[in-house]
Design a protein around this ligand. Structure first.
Ligand code: PLP
Length: 384
């Protein structure tokens, strides 16, 4: 499905629906382009099947459909060429809930956990809240592109006796899809120093033309040292349902994780929430195709029309673009300018790492009309 048709069919006016993105107080009278949430209805067949389920009217405890795991593993095999064994898969109420459970069950207080900034800010927040130590390796920004600093990663691992590393793959907010060589290099370092890698892959299906997503668990050699977090919340616009997979090939680690879930009585996934992903796998393929085309068209438009004011690293994956306004905004933060002068609500660049005050993150999971409006508002703000 082409972007225009996709938008016509699925664009949702989310104002006055208790929508965090549009109805947040900070978003009033602004064009909201913050929080990673899409302005599109989910695939229509998903909606139809959920309505059917809702209409049954009995809302007691339920199992997931019997073929849930077959459906999930088949989807991942077909889309990401990765074979997840059914017995590896556990559930959590969202990716960050899953991450918290991994941290609490598999590390101890004061353990060092490494992240590469700029990165999705709840990573650092949950490390700190769980009284673990956040160790930051800064990504290298050069020639309008981000790379990992492998020497720094290794040095920090050694110096801080790092136990775990959280990888964001694809990486929010910089829109990178890590390639095979980069991942191999990283896993080699992790293996050498016995660091457990937690690979957050919630954006893995939003891959832009010319790029290929490589699932961390496709590296068979390192499977025992990696845990993957995977969800359909971003792929099919299902964040409300808070349903996520925690994939743990290592039996010993899985047993510890299971014991943690048992102790906290979180052994059963919410079956209704899981149905949204299940129907997404079954009926969402064409929708996803239209969604990706829409994101990419929005990105190309924004990049072209704002090139005078900001640099945008190539959008390889996700629907989040990290824009560098260093060349045009001198006396204030980029967020301050974009929010107060252009009346657009993005995420502030510095949310994701120190030194990114001249950056903002724009969410492109919206209509091209909104993106055009944003570009016009920014142009007017610069010209006023
Ligand atoms: C990389 C990444 N992980 C996790 C999340 C949050 O997922 P959840 O709402 O399932 O906790 C987001 C949301 O933007 C994200 O970008």
């Amino acid at each position: 499905m082409e972007a225009k048709e996709f938008t016509k069919k699925y664009y949702a006016n989310r104002k006055n629906t208790n929508c965090i993105k549009w109805d947040n107080e900070q978003a009033l009278n602004k064009l909201p382009m913050w929080i990673a949430d899409a302005d599109f209805k989910s695939p229509e067949k998903v909606i139809e099947m959920l309505k059917k389920k809702l209409n049954e009217g009995s809302y007691g405890y339920e199992f997931l459909p019997k073929d849930y795991l077959d459906t999930m593993t088949k989807w991942n095999k077909d889309h990401s060429h990765v074979e997840y064994k059914k017995e590896w898969i556990r559930f959590s109420k969202g990716a960050i809930d899953g991450l918290c459970q991994i941290i609490y069950s598999l590390t101890k207080e004061k353990d060092a956990i490494l992240i590469c900034e700029p990165v999705y800010n709840p990573f650092k927040a949950v490390i700190k809240a769980s009284k673990r130590k956040a160790v930051v390796s800064n990504l290298i920004y050069k020639d309008n592109a981000f790379k990992m600093n492998f020497n720094d990663v290794e040095n920090k691992i050694v110096k801080n006796k790092v136990k775990m590393m959280i990888l964001c793959s694809p990486h929010n907010p910089i829109g990178r899809v890590w390639n095979k060589d980069e991942l191999e290099q990283l896993f080699k370092i992790a293996h050498k120093h016995k660091v457990l890698v937690v690979s957050d892959e919630v954006h893995s299906e939003l891959i832009m033309p010319g790029h290929e997503f490589i699932p961390s668990l496709s590296f068979e050699r390192y499977q025992n040292e990696i845990i993957t977090i995977n969800a359909e919340s971003k792929s099919f616009s299902l964040a409300l349902f808070s349903h996520c997979h925690v994939i743990i090939p290592n039996e010993k680690l899985r047993n510890i994780f299971d014991a943690y879930q048992d102790a906290h009585h979180i052994t059963m996934p919410n079956a209704f929430n899981g149905l949204s992903s299940y129907y997404g796998y079954k009926y969402g393929k064409d929708w996803l195709d239209g969604f990706k085309k829409t994101i990419y068209e929005n990105y190309l438009y924004m990049k072209k029309h704002l090139s005078k004011y900001c640099d945008m690293p190539e959008l390889e994956g996700t629907y989040l673009v990290y824009a560098n306004f260093s060349k045009s905004i001198k006396d204030k933060t980029a967020f301050d300018f974009i929010y107060n002068k252009a009346n657009i609500f993005p995420n502030a660049g510095e949310t994701y790492g120190k030194g990114y005050e001249k950056w903002v993150r724009f969410n492109l999971a919206t209509s091209l009309n909104n993106v055009k409006k944003a570009c016009k508002l920014i142009e007017e703000a610069f010209n006023s």
